[in-house]
Design a protein around this ligand. Structure first.
Ligand code: C2E
Ligand code: CA
Ligand code: CA
Ligand code: CA
Length: 279
């Protein structure tokens, strides 16, 4: 065996070790989080940029840790993916979001679109399209109200398997959205090859809107690209009115961001659904 030295030394860095221990602890806690009912979903409205009406919600998972308080998905999705916990967790998220969409739809003629984030690991473990079909049957959500958001990683790994899964989801009637568009590197080729319906322009592009002409040109190009491929374009991370106006002028279809509403617990989201947005 190799003696402690070289890269092995890093394990003795006390900061790194405590980081590792924290991660292990979090991992152990995450295993119990589902059973203990510590996970919840918050919902951020998606808004038609032309009419200003809420057309749906993106479900975002939250973890209320008994001692650490609210843990951000940025801090636990990675662990859930690495351990495979994302598979049961993802199923729970999907079912909970569908149940909520059914509840909001009851007694209303509105066909809200519920968007759920799926990880590449959910494609790799088992049959995602079968899981989705099961959950739709269990909850009674009409398939045209479900949208699955995924990043390019789904298109970059296990390509043939994932393509088959995407085609099955598509055949079911699920809407497919490419999340964080523009942050990957082979976006164009993949967009043409895969049956995606929605293109979500990454927040980093929206962030830069307002000042610079070149940044505006970039977003315009992405919107046109999406449209030329017959996709609906969604801008995420809109934080001010300058960005909102710019996106409207660029003829982007759908808006999402703190300016319109932060992600909210179900009860509050239901309230703004009934009352409309202030803006
Ligand atoms: P995402 O899918 O890109 O989700 C958008 C993130 O941007 C959310 O962070 C949302 O709260 C945040 N956001 C929305 N509007 C604004 C804005 O105007 N400004 C800024 N600065 N941020 C805004 P959140 O909820 O912390 O989620 C982070 C990421 O964690 C998500 O990014 C997604 O990749 C992942 N995630 C969240 N929920 C789930 C889930 O149920 N399953 C999976 N697989 N991943 C999830
Ligand atoms: Ca998303
Ligand atoms: Ca995103
Ligand atoms: Ca993201």
């Amino acid at each position: 065996a190799k003696s402690a030295g070289g890269a092995g030394l890093a394990a003795y860095d006390p900061q790194m070790l405590s980081g590792l221990l924290q991660r292990l602890e979090l991992e152990a806690d995450l295993r119990l989080a589902l059973e203990r009912n510590e996970l919840a979903l918050h919902y951020q409205p998606t808004v038609d940029l032309r009419t200003g009406t809420i057309i749906g919600f993106e479900a975002l998972v939250r973890w209320h840790h008994p001692t650490r308080g609210m843990v951000s998905p940025m801090d636990f999705i990675g662990i859930a993916e690495a351990t495979g916990l994302i598979v049961p967790m993802g199923r729970w998220v999907l079912a909970e979001a569908c149940r909520q969409a059914v509840a909001w739809g009851a007694g209303s003629s509105r066909r809200l679109k519920m968007s759920v984030n799926v990880s590449v690991r959910q494609f790799e473990h088992g049959d995602l399209s079968a899981t989705v079909a099961e959950v739709l049957a269990e909850t009674g959500l009409p398939v045209d109200q479900l949208c699955l958001e995924m990043t390019e990683s789904v298109l970059l790994t296990d390509t043939d398997e994932n393509l088959t899964q995407l085609q099955r989801l598509k055949a079911l009637g699920v809407t497919l959205a490419m999340d964080d568009f523009g942050t990957g590197y082979s976006s164009l080729a993949y967009l043409r090859r895969y049956p995606m319906d929605i293109l979500k322009i990454d927040r980093s592009f929206v962030d830069r809107l307002g000042g610079d002409r070149e940044d505006e040109a970039l977003v315009r190009t992405i919107v046109r690209l999406g449209k030329s491929l017959g996709m609906t374009t969604v801008a995420e991370g809109i934080e001010d009115n300058v960005q909102l106006a710019a996106l409207r002028a660029l003829d982007c279809d759908v808006a999402q961001g703190y300016l319109l509403s932060r992600p909210l617990p179900a009860a509050e989201a239901g309230r703004i659904l009934a009352e409309g947005l202030a803006a």
